[in-house]
Each structure stands twice: as structure tokens, then as C-alpha cells.
Design a protein around this ligand. Structure first.
Ligand code: HEM
Length: 248
């Protein structure tokens, strides 16, 4: 060994002992995702192996660009969940404060206008993406056995996506949202016999009031997220198990 190399090795040795003495390496490892996921947790749960198994599943050659529509819908859903959570930090679901809290988000909260813009445009985009995904699945005949349950779970997802849009529309409590909800909740009222009861149940009374706002807020931020997570999990599990449908 040359003298320089011996010197380098000795330096390395001292560095190692310092790291060992301070526990720096362990500390750094814990502070990083890799350290925890691929280190400590992986040692116990074999995450790396599970991830590799999941990510190495080959994509069939007939899966072309339109197959991304399901993924795009999911991406938009995640975007809605993140921006919606941020909006909840400032939004107030009462008749007296809903409109002014939205104005406050738009004009005073840093990047509030951006978060709100992404959330409201995101909702429209998500409805379009989910609809196109559904159309794609329909045209390819991928709804048939054995994917019939995937389709049914999708129908629930579609209805929930629309309900997200409908309930969210009332939340700013503007003239537009008030009257849109009045007209929208009038529709089930046309159902014979039970219609009136359904309308009153949705509105929380005979008219659109603060009770409707409270109800729609609860549906929008609690009930729907709970159910959609369940249906998404079922949808993905079935997609994964059954694989992508063969071309017609
Ligand atoms: C929030 C809404 C939804 C999300 C996030 C979602 C997500 C996905 C994803 C990621 C896939 C696999 C890739 C693909 O084929 O695009 C898929 C497949 C599928 N989805 Fe959806 N989906 C949603 C709504 C729907 C709706 C509304 C329907 C129909 C009513 C539906 C029916 C199906 C079917 C039958 C498949 C299997 C397609 C095949 O095997 O070729 N999904 N979905």
C-alpha cells in the first residue's frame, strides 16, 4: 500500500468512528424516507420486495394511451383531496361567513386564489376524465364478465364524483350556487309519492337554508371521501386482480 493510501484509509477510519460515536449515520438514516422505508421498516415488512413485485407487473401491449384515463381520474382525485384539505383551513360553513371566507381565501390567503382555482377547475376536469374513462371502458366492452363488478363499482364512483361537484357548488354560498342548488334539489321532488320527502331530506327543510349548507358540507368533506376511498380501493383491487381487458 502506498503511503497516501494508508493515510486515506486512516482518515476514513477516524470518520467512521466519529459517525459511530455520534450515531450520525443511524440518525440520518431515520431522517430520510429511504432510511425508514428501505431500512428499518423494510427489515420488518419486506416493503422493497412487495414494491418490486407490484411495480414489475408488465403492462400488456394493447394498453395504449386511452388507458391512462383511469389513472388521470385518480390523479385528479388526489389533487382535489389535497387542495380541498388546504381550503378547509380557512373556509367557514355558515350562511354568515361562507361567502366572506371564500373571498378571504381568494384575496388575502397566500396562494389561496391558486388553491381555490385548482380545486374548482379540478372538479370539472375530474368529471370529464371519469366520464371519458367510463366511455372508453364501454366502447371496449371491458364492462363484461368478469369485469362486471369493476363496472358496477365504477358506476358508484361516477355518481359520487357528480355528488362531490353538486355539493361543492353550494359551499361558496353565492347567488349562482344558491339558485343552482334550489333547482337541483327540486328535481327529486318530482318523483311521485316520496319525492317531496326526499327533497326535504336533502335540503334539511322545505327551502335551501343554512341547514342545507351544513348538510352539503358534511357530505362533501366527510361522507363522500369516506365512501369514495372504499370504492376506489375495491375498484383498484379488481383492476389489479383481473388485469386489463383484451381488445375486442
Ligand atoms: C373516480 C373515478 C375512477 C377512477 C379513479 C378509476 C380508475 C381506474 C383505473 C386506474 C383503471 C385501470 C386503468 C384503466 O383501464 O384506465 C380502471 C379500470 C376500469 N374502470 Fe375505472 N375509475 C373510475 C371510475 C370508473 C367508472 C365511472 C367506470 C364505469 C362505470 C369504471 C370502470 C372501469 C372498468 C370496467 C375498468 C377495467 C378496464 C379494463 O380492464 O380494461 N371506472 N379504473
Amino acid at each position: 500500500m502506498t503511503e497516501k493510501r494508508v493515510e486515506r484509509e486512516q482518515k476514513k477510519e477516524t470518520k467512521k468512528t466519529i459517525e459511530e460515536r455520534t450515531g450520525l449515520r443511524v440518525l440520518l438514516s431515520w431522517a430520510t424516507l429511504f432510511g425508514i422505508v428501505y431500512g428499518e421498516l423494510d427489515e420488518r415488512l419486506s416493503i422493497k420486495e412487495a414494491l418490486e413485485k407490484a411495480l414489475k407487473k408488465p403492462v400488456p401491449p394493447h394498453a395504449w394511451q386511452l388507458f391512462c384515463l383511469g389513472g388521470i381520474s385518480f390523479f385528479l382525485f388526489i389533487l382535489q383531496a389535497i387542495t380541498g384539505t388546504l381550503l378547509m383551513f380557512y373556509y367557514r360553513p355558515t350562511v354568515a361567513e361562507a361567502f366572506s371566507s371564500v373571498q378571504y381565501i381568494n384575496n388575502y390567503v397566500p396562494f389561496g386564489w391558486l388553491v381555490r382555482g385548482i380545486h374548482s377547475w379540478g372538479s370539472t376536469l375530474m368529471i370529464i376524465a371519469v366520464f371519458l374513462h367510463m366511455l372508453n371502458v364501454f366502447i371496449r366492452g371491458a364492462y363484461r364478465h368478469p369485469r362486471d363488478f369493476t363496472w358496477v363499482s365504477g358506476v358508484f364512483l361516477f355518481m359520487m364524483t357528480l355528488t362531490f361537484g353538486f355539493t361543492g357548488y353550494l359551499l361558496p354560498w353565492t347567488q349562482l350556487s344558491y339558485w343552482a342548488t334550489t333547482v337541483g334539489t327540486e328535481l327529486p321532488g318530482a318523483i311521485p309519492v316520496v319525492g317531496e320527502y326526499i327533497k326535504i331530506f336533502i335540503r334539511g327543510g322545505t327551502d335551501v337554508t343554512g341547514a342545507t349548507l351544513t348538510r352539503f358540507f358534511a357530505i362533501h368533506v366527510l361522507i363522500l371521501p369516506f365512501f369514495i376511498t372504499f370504492f376506489l380501493a375495491a375498484h383498484f383491487l379488481m383492476v389489479r386482480r383481473l388485469g386489463i381487458a383484451e381488445p375486442l
